[in-house]
Design a protein. Sequence first.
Length: 230
Amino acid sequence: MKIKLLFLALLLSCFAKAQEVQLHYDFLPDREYTTFTFEFFRPDKLGSTFFFTDFDFNRKDGANLAYFEIARKFNIKNKAIEGLNFHIEYNDGLLMTDDKSGSPENPLGFPLNRAFLVGLGFPIKIGNFTLNTTYMYKNTYGSSGFDGQFTAVWFHSLFNNKITIRGFLDFWSDDRSDGYSKKAILLTEPQILYNFNKNFSMGSEIEISNNFLPSEEFEVFPTIMARYAF
């Protein structure tokens, strides 16, 4: 399965202009699994297209999570807000129980409810640092009411491009388990990388979350990661 996924990512890279693969190792007790990530980004005269997919290998017999997001931005020419854009996005995936203690004897699969997002985005410049922000309406399958999401993405190089700091922050609303009330969810994954050359990097990603399934607590999960850009 891992070989097939890697082959698929390499095949997609033949048709993309800017892409990368990442391999993460979650080393904390009760996790101890790898995640394979493929990212694709292509700007053009109308805006940009972004796609990524994650596969968690948290079972001995293969992957137990498959998740992807695809987003398209269209530039909006105006004199008031520099970099203003119209944003549309689709998220989807599926999850299977792991094979650690406490899991069912037979694996169970669950859909990660698909979501459509639409909104506006623009960059916020803070000195030499740029924070790309997006403000969206989020339509999640089965949601009991209106939901919204704020996303911020950053990328910054230091020390003559030897160090890269990058990542994202998502803050959105979703149904509680009772199905009648809402909760606010925070997920951010900052990365710090040492760039050996323009293609290969190593470093760490730290997943920080609150109210993010399956837990509804504040949690921090560091990983060791390697990245290869094509």
